[in-house]
Design a protein around this ligand. Structure first.
Ligand code: MOS
Length: 747
C-alpha cells in the first residue's frame, strides 16, 4: 500500500505550526461581545435571592441572563438531564462555581465590574464531600437517587473458591481525581448567520450533541442550530460535556450579536469534569502454583454533583475489574455516589485505568507472596483467543495474544538497570490490560453507527465529510490516507471536512477510541462505492470491464491500453457536466461484537531515592496489539502522549480539595509532567495483527495508551523499595512517608 501504514505528514500540521489554525478562542467577529458566568461561592445551598439589576444597568453591559430568561429547558447533561444551565432562585447549588447568571459586554473589564454588582443570598446546606459518608444508608442526598449507578456481576462461587484457596490477598487502593489539563481551555463563540441560524463555534467531542443541547436550551427546532467544532487543543474525554456553549448561545439569542466566552484556567480547573476518584477493594485467590481462582471486588466512585458519565464509567470500572485474565469465580460490585465535589466524567480510558491500577497492584502483591515472577504470573493467567471476557461482554477475537505483548515489551526494555548509587534503588513494574474500543454496535447512547461522505469534485479532487472531531490524534490525516489509497491519488488531492453539523453526516461522538475504526470504516465503504461507480463509467467509456480500470498519476485508463488514458480532472468534469452522482454516503453499524478490545502491557523501570522519596522514571514502554497501524507517527504520538499522561496521574498530579472546593487551580499548582520528567526511553510498540473488521485491520488506540501506565510505575516503586502503595500519586512526600513507616516497623 502506498499511503496506509506510512508516516504521512499531517494535513493540518501547517496551520498548527504557523499559528493560523483557528481554535475556539481564535475566531473574532465584528461586533462581538464577551461574556462570563456569575458563579456560586457556596458548595451546597439553596439560592434564596438573586439581584442582577445593578449589573444590568451598569454602563456598557449589553445583556444579563438568569434562569428566568431561558426560553427552553434549563437542564443539560450527557447520561441524564440533571444539571441546571443556570441555577434558579429557590433551587439548589450542588457544587462550587455553579453558574447563576451570565453577563455580556463589549469588553471583559466591564463584565468583571458588573459581575461584582450581582447580589445573591444563600441558605447553606451541609456539605456532602465524603463519598463513604454519602454512600451510607439514610445519608443526606443530593438527588432523588443516592447513587448515579449501581453495578454488579457475579459468576462461579467465590466463597467456595476463597475457602479452598492456597493463597488469598486483600488489597485496598484510593484512586485520586485527575484533571484533563488540556492546553486549550473551554472557549468559543456563538453567532447568528444571515439565514437566522444560531451557530456555535466551540470545542466538543460531538458537534451534533452541541446542536441538540443548544436547540433544547433555546426552545428552537434542531435545524435552527448549527454547531461547528474546530480542532481541539486537547480533550481526553473532558470536552464531551457542555461548558461555555449554552451560556454564549443564550446571550446571542437575546442580543443577536456574536458572543465569545473563554474560560480562564481557574474556571477550567474548577468546572471541567474530572477522572472519577474512588476506593477499590480487592480480594484475590490463587493456587500455590499461581493459578487465579477467584476475584472479589467492591468499589465506590465519587460521581460528584451531577450524573454526567457516571453510569457508563461505573460499568466500565466493573467490567475492567478482572483484567485480561481467566478467572473462574468472580464477584464484582460497585457504585458511584453523588457528592458536592466536582463532577466526575469521561477521562481517557473511561474507568478502565481506575480498575486496572487496582487489580495490577493487587496482583503484584499476590505474585510477590507466591514468589512467582511478575511477568510469568501474568502469562500463566492470560486470556486466550476465543475466551469470553467476564460476564460475556467481549469475546477475545484478536489473533495477537496478551503473552506476546508481555514478551515484546520485556524484550524492548532489556535487562533491569543495575543500581549504581547506594541511595537510589532500582525497581521494575509490569501491568497488563484489555482496553476496549467502540465498534459502533452499542444499542445506546448515540454510539450506534457512523456516517461519512466522499465526493469527487469536477476538478478530480476529493472531499471526505464526517462528524468526527480532530482533537490532536491525527484522524483528519488518517481519513485522507484512506481516500488517497483507494483512489490512488496524492494526499493533496484529498480534502477533509470534519465536525460541522451543516456540512457533514453524523458519525457519533469522538470517544471510546472509536474514530479510526468507526469513521474509518464509513469512509472506506463510501470511497469504495464511489470508486466502483467511477470505474463503471470509465468501463463504459473505454468499452472495457470495470476491473481493468485504474487511476494512476492523475489519469484514468484501462490496464494495457494506457494510450487512451484520460486526465482524471477531465473525466471528473465530463461526469459532472453530465450530472452523474459523484457523492457517496456510507453508514456503518458494527454487528460482529459489542466492543472491540486490544491487549496491552506496560513495563516501567524506576529509580527511587530512599533519602528523599523522589522517583525518576528510567524506562516507560507499552506494547499493544493495535491491529494495522494506519499512520505510525500518529500512533506513536498516542502511545507516548498517553504514557506521559499516565505517568502524571501516577506520580505528580495531586488534585487537592477541601469541603468541595478544589485548591490547586492552575498549572503552577497541579503538576503535569514536563519534558524534563519524561523518561529518556518512553517507548510505544504495536503488534500489527490485522483486525478482521477494522479498516485495513485497524483497531482503536487513543485511550489505550494510558490504561496500564500508572500501575506499572507504582509496581516498579514497590519493587524498588519494598513498600505497599495504597494510594497515589506517588509524590516524593508519599514515598518518603511510606519509607519512614517501613523503617519504624522494621525496628
Ligand atoms: Mo472518552 S474518555 O471515551 O472521551
Amino acid at each position: 500500500m502506498k499511503y496506509i501504514g506510512k508516516t504521512i505528514a499531517r494535513n493540518d500540521a501547517h496551520g498548527f505550526a504557523m499559528g493560523t489554525t483557528e481554535f475556539g478562542a481564535d475566531r473574532h467577529l465584528p461586533g462581538m461581545l464577551v461574556a462570563k458566568a456569575f458563579r456560586s461561592t457556596e458548595v451546597h445551598a439553596i439560592v434564596e435571592s438573586l439581584d442582577v439589576s445593578a449589573a444590568r444597568s451598569y454602563p456598557g453591559v449589553v445583556c444579563v441572563v438568569t434562569a428566568k430568561d431561558i426560553p427552553g429547558v434549563n437542564l443539560h447533561g450527557l447520561h441524564k438531564l440533571d444539571q441546571p444551565i443556570l441555577v434558579d432562585v429557590g433551587s439548589r447549588v450542588r457544587m462550587y462555581g455553579e453558574p447563576l447568571a451570565v453577563v455580556a459586554a463589549d469588553d471583559l473589564e466591564t463584565v468583571d465590574a458588573a459581575l461584582k454588582l450581582i447580589k445573591v443570598t444563600y441558605r447553606q446546606l451541609p456539605i456532602i464531600d465524603d463519598p463513604e459518608e454519602a454512600a451510607k444508608e439514610g445519608a443526606p442526598q443530593l438527588h432523588p437517587e443516592q447513587f448515579a449507578k449501581e453495578y454488579e456481576y457475579v459468576f462461579g462461587d467465590v466463597d467456595k473458591a476463597f475457602a479452598e484457596a492456597d493463597v488469598v490477598v486483600d488489597y485496598r487502593i484510593d484512586i485520586p481525581r485527575q484533571e484533563h489539563a488540556y492546553m486549550e481551555t473551554e472557549a468559543g463563540i456563538t453567532y447568528y448567520d444571515p439565514d437566522g441560524i444560531i451557530t456555535s463555534f466551540s470545542p466538543s467531542q460531538e458537534p451534533f450533541n452541541i446542536r441538540h443541547q443548544v436547540a433544547r436550551t433555546l426552545g428552537l427546532p434542531v435545524g435552527k442550530v448549527r454547531a461547528i467544532v474546530p480542532p481541539l487543543g486537547g480533550s481526553f474525554g473532558g470536552k464531551q460535556s457542555m461548558t461555555m456553549h449554552l451560556h454564549s448561545a443564550l446571550i446571542t439569542f437575546y442580543t443577536k450579536r456574536p458572543v465569545q466566552i473563554v474560560w480562564t484556567r481557574e474556571e477550567s480547573f474548577l468546572m471541567s469534569v474530572k477522572r472519577h476518584p474512588g476506593r477499590i477493594d480487592y480480594k484475590i485467590a490463587a493456587t500455590k502454583d499461581g493459578k487465579l481462582t477467584a476475584i472479589k471486588v467492591d468499589f465506590l466512585l465519587d460521581a460528584g454533583a451531577y450524573t454526567e458519565h457516571s453510569p457508563g464509567v461505573t460499568m466500565a470500572v466493573g467490567q475492567a475489574a478482572i483484567g485480561p485474565y481467566r478467572v473462574p469465580n468472580v464477584d464484582v460490585r460497585g457504585k458511584s455516589v453523588y457528592t458536592n465535589n466536582p463532577i466526575s466524567g469521561a477521562f481517557r480510558g473511561y474507568g478502565g485505568p481506575q480498575a486496572n491500577v487496582a487489580i495490577e497492584r493487587a496482583l503484584h502483591n499476590l505474585a510477590a507472596k507466591l514468589g512467582i515472577d511478575q511477568a510469568e504470573f501474568r502469562r500463566m493467567n492470560a486470556l486466550k483467543q476465543g475466551d469470553k471476557v467476564g460476564n460475556d461482554w467481549m469475546i477475545t477475537d484478536s489473533n495477537a495474544t496478551l503473552v506476546e505483548t508481555i514478551d515484546r515489551i520485556i524484550d524492548a526494555a532489556g535487562d533491569k538497570p543495575v543500581q549504581t548509587d547506594p541511595v537510589k534503588k532500582i525497581g521494575r513494574g509490569i501491568a497488563c490490560g484489555i482496553p476496549q474500543f467502540d465498534v459502533s454496535a452499542k444499542p445506546y447512547n448515540g454510539l450506534t453507527g457512523a456516517g461519512a461522505e466522499v465526493e469527487m469534485f469536477f476538478d478530480g479532487t476529493f472531499q471526505v465529510r464526517t462528524g468526527i472531531v480532530e482533537m490532536g490524534t491525527g484522524i483528519r490525516t488518517a481519513l485522507a490516507q484512506i481516500v488517497a489509497e483507494e483512489m490512488n491519488v496524492d494526499m493533496d488531492k484529498v480534502d477533509v471536512v470534519l465536525s460541522d453539523t451543516s456540512l457533514v453526516p453524523k458519525a457519533g461522538p469522538t470517544v471510546a477510541s472509536r474514530a479510526m475504526y468507526c469513521a474509518g470504516n464509513a469512509v472506506l465503504e463510501a470511497v469504495r462505492t464511489l470508486r466502483e461507480r467511477l470505474f463503471k463509467r470509465a468501463g463504459r467509456l473505454f468499452g472495457t470491464p470495470e476491473y481493468t480500470i485504474r487511476i494512476e498519476d492523475g489519469f484514468i485508463f484501462t490496464i494495457g491500453r494506457e494510450d487512451e488514458k484520460i486526465p482524471l480532472n477531465q473525466f471528473a468534469a465530463d461526469a459532472f457536466v453530465l450530472g452523474e452522482n459523484l457523492v457517496s454516503f456510507a453508514w456503518v453499524v458494527g454487528t460482529h461484537a459489542r466492543l472491540g478490545h486490544t491487549y496491552i502491557t506496560t513495563l516501567a523501570d524506576v529509580e527511587v531515592d530512599v533519602e528523599t522519596g523522589v522517583v525518576k522514571v528510567l524506562f516507560l514502554g507499552s506494547c499493544h496489539d493495535s491491529g494495522k497501524v494506519i499512520n505510525p507517527l500518529s500512533v506513536q504520538g498516542q502511545l507516548v502522549g498517553g504514557a506521559v499522561m499516565g505517568q502524571g496521574w501516577a506520580l505528580s498530579e495531586d488534585m487537592k480539595s477541601r469541603r468541595g472546593r478544589i485548591l490547586n487551580r492552575s498549572l503552577a499548582e497541579y503538576f503535569i509532567p514536563t519534558s524534563l520528567d519524561i523518561a529518556d526511553r518512553t517507548v510505544g510498540i504495536s503488534i500489527e495483527d490485522p483486525y478482521p473488521t477494522g479498516p485495513y485491520g485497524a483497531k482503536g488506540v487513543g485511550e489505550h495508551s494510558t490504561y496500564t501506565v500508572a500501575p506499572a510505575i507504582l509496581n516498579a516503586i514497590c519493587d524498588a523499595v519494598d513498600i505497599d502503595l495504597k494510594s497515589f500519586p506517588a509524590t516524593s512526600e508519599l514515598v518518603w512517608m511510606e519509607l519512614q513507616k517501613k523503617r519504624k516497623n522494621n525496628k
